[in-house]
Write a new protein. Structure first.
Length: 376
């Protein structure tokens, strides 16, 4: 039997990971800069889970305060202009990106207004918000989203909560494709705990990226040939993009690689066929996941996401059973593929306490996990 899973944010909720409302609450704390840490590596994180060393080191970044101040300023501006009380982080990101690329004048006006307010609050006039590279604001925002997506729940409670899924994943007579829109590492944790073999499209085969010990790093090659395949359609907090900056390597463009090693992600080495190091750093380390309201445009312009989406369109219609968990049907490009695939799928199991299935299907069944036992 071939089974496909389509997972949204609700799947990870029992692991303590946030929904949109929870993320909004974090970003709307005032003053926002009191809750953010900045590091010389270019990364940011929340104070909530930082240890003492991080609390100290994260407060001495010379420009971090200005970055956080502008972030809060433009968030408040966005809410006021749109008459909102809650922040949808994806819509806000799209708004900020649109300002930067399509309405530069307004974007710079906001920078200057934020700088003026900053001078009034801190009684200092030496800040120059316009001189801060745009990517530092976007990098800060991305890292803060990333920090919210780490699983911090008790492991034993986690394994118990997800046992129906883990048991199903281990069924040897089932071929499984998991299409997830989540960026967290919950599934990878379950696979590791139960020693479940899977493919995620990354491999060391033909990789030219190594760490300082010469160990190959996994790069994306789009190979999904195992019984269980994990396709993270919108990226992951452990995906990074390696850009080849030297002229002799510029033809390579960019590669995606994955690692949980702090040093490796910053100093990954690109080597030639003889093992000679050609490049020994990774510019602009930002976790690679798609957010905003123009996801399909991003997918079409990126070789990794384009291949993942192509796999989704090709293989979803081939399954016998589709299990949808925690997806609120808010992504038009996902819904298009889902609707076109349904006539070829015999059974649809929808596990969600609130979301309404927007299509008709003769083999449709819904489970409310708050009142019913999850049986796959």
């Amino acid at each position: 039997m071939k089974v496909s899973f389509l997972l949204g944010a609700g799947f990870s909720y029992n692991a303590g990971l946030p929904l949109v409302k929870d993320i909004s609450d974090k970003f709307l704390r005032q003053p926002l800069y009191d809750h953010i840490l900045w590091f010389s590596s270019g990364e940011s994180k929340w104070t909530d889970w930082a240890n003492k060393a991080e609390q100290h080191n994260g407060k001495i970044h010379w420009r971090g305060l200005e970055i956080a101040f502008f972030l809060e300023f433009v968030i408040r501006h966005y809410l006021n202009v749109n008459g909102l009380a809650e922040l949808n982080y994806e819509k806000f990101y799209f708004y900020l990106l649109s300002l930067k690329t399509k309405d530069r004048e307004t974007y710079e006006d906001l920078l200057q207004s934020a700088q003026q307010q900053y001078a009034e609050v801190f009684k200092k006039d030496d800040a120059d918000f316009l001189s801060i590279p745009d990517y530092e604001f976007f990098s800060c925002f991305y890292h803060l989203i990333e920090d919210l997506l780490w699983v911090r729940s008790d492991r034993e409670e986690l394994y118990t909560a997800y046992k129906p899924y883990s048991d199903f994943f281990m069924a040897e007579d089932v071929e499984i494709n998991i299409f997830t829109l989540n960026h967290d590492l919950l599934l990878e944790m379950l696979f590791e705990h139960y020693d479940i073999d899977y493919s995620d499209g990354f491999s060391t085969d033909r990789s030219t990226l190594v760490d300082d010990n010469g160990t190959k790093l996994k790069v994306f090659n789009g190979d999904f040939q195992k019984r269980l395949n994990l396709l993270k359609l919108h990226g992951s907090i452990d995906f990074y993009q390696y850009r080849y900056v030297r002229e002799e390597n510029s033809h390579k463009g960019a590669d995606y690689f994955k690692t949980l090693d702090f040093h490796a992600k910053h100093t990954a080495n690109d080597i030639d066929e003889n093992g000679k190091v050609i490049q020994n750093f990774t510019p602009q380390i930002i976790p690679q996941f798609i957010t905003g309201e123009n996801k399909l445009e991003m997918i079409r312009n990126d070789k990794m996401y384009k291949l993942l989406y192509s796999n989704f369109k090709e293989h979803l219609k081939d399954c016998d059973k589709l299990i949808i968990v925690g997806y609120s049907f808010g992504d038009a490009h996902i819904n298009t593929v889902l609707e076109s695939s349904l006539p070829n799928i015999e059974e649809v199991l929808h596990i969600d306490p609130y979301a309404i299935f927007p299509f008709r299907h003769d083999g449709y069944k819904k489970i409310n996990p708050l009142t019913e036992k999850v049986q796959l």
